[in-house]
Design a protein around this ligand. Sequence first.
Ligand code: SF4
Ligand code: ZN
Length: 311
Amino acid sequence: MLCKCGKKAIYERRNEGRAYCKKCFTKFVEKNVKRVIGKNKLIKKDDIVAVGLSGGKDSSLLLFLLKKFFKNKIFAIMIDEGIGQYRKKSIKKGIELCKNLGVEYKIISFKEYFGFEMCDIIKKLNEKGMKVKPCTFCGVFRRYILNREARKYGATKVAVGINLDDEAESALMNLVRGDIEKFLKLGALPGLIKNKYLVQRIKPLVNLSSEEIYLYNKINKIPFYNKKKCPYAIDSIRLTIRKVLNELEEKYPGTKYQIVSFSEKIRKAALKGIGYSEAKDIEINKCKICKEPTSREICKACELLERIRNS
Ligand code: SF4
Ligand code: ZN
């Protein structure tokens, strides 16, 4: 198989019916990310960007490319949830990447923030016979720390390594659950409101597949952790949807891309229909306990922490 340029191909993009050599593939990936950033105006000249870095392939590529494309101040936030060797090893890779790129990083642990590690939470709730979905706790706490720490260090954007596969899964998951509100909040520039206490999240990798990200990292020798999966990633609706999507992608190449771009079109049309043009600054409540922004009286993180403490 040959690339358009005549060199030996290393990757076939089946939905496009085109093969790429190493050099052309690298260009394709970089153009793809630049296009998402440009089209959605994700990063402005004076933005300070905090990258949520796990040390896995997605966030590692994200940090690498943002550093390559922009002169803005960029730093990394790594969160240690306390998931044994899995997280320790991925953070080690994250540190290696930050050092290679000369990027400042901060490591924040659940333990120092909340007094619990993920291992403690699962153990404690299991002992009480409570059904626990680890990702619910982990996801809420991670988001909470990322926003708070990014704001504390002056970031105006938080970049996260959500890729095409993740985004297609979320779109379909919200469809299956009939969750329109969450569906409308997807996209490269997610969320529908602005508030000075909420640092805007951005997702520059939403048009790149997991496979493409893996390959780019390998070709460009980006350090990332790729051995074990998180032991708490148990069977959930997301995993079922992932399986279905992978089958569809195999049979009908381009399915994931189509789902993401179709969702984007629906979202835009729906938001236009309700007179929404862009996120507006609004006042939002402060959590009664921690004073962080929330649409409720007590934020989700504090609510979950109470649940753990009282169990
Ligand atoms: Fe946390 Fe779930 Fe991700 Fe594991 S799979 S790191 S528990 S969100
Ligand atoms: Zn709170």
